[in-house]
Ligand binder design. Structure first.
Ligand SMILES: [Zn+2]
Length: 72
């Protein structure tokens, strides 16, 4: 894989994506509905170590979920 910004192949893969609120750190991800509740499929990112570009963000596992969207 190459960085689209600088062309480097120095990519660190599979880094956890989180949110920080005060001293608390949450794993973040994509929300989906199950029959009883909503759940989150955790996201991971690949980072270019030369320029800091986040090359891609993705989930691991199933993609055929009932994904939550804000309807407008
Ligand atoms: Zn780069």
């Amino acid at each position: 894989m190459k960085c689209p910004n600088c062309g480097s192949e120095n990519i660190e893969q599979g880094i956890s994506t989180v949110s920080e609120a005060g001293f608390v750190i949450y794993r973040t991800g994509l929300e989906y509905n199950t029959r009883f509740s909503s759940k989150v499929s955790k996201t991971y990112s690949d980072l270019c170590l030369d320029c800091g570009e986040i090359v891609r963000t993705y989930i691991k596992g199933k993609t055929d979920r009932n994904w939550c969207k804000d309807e407008k």
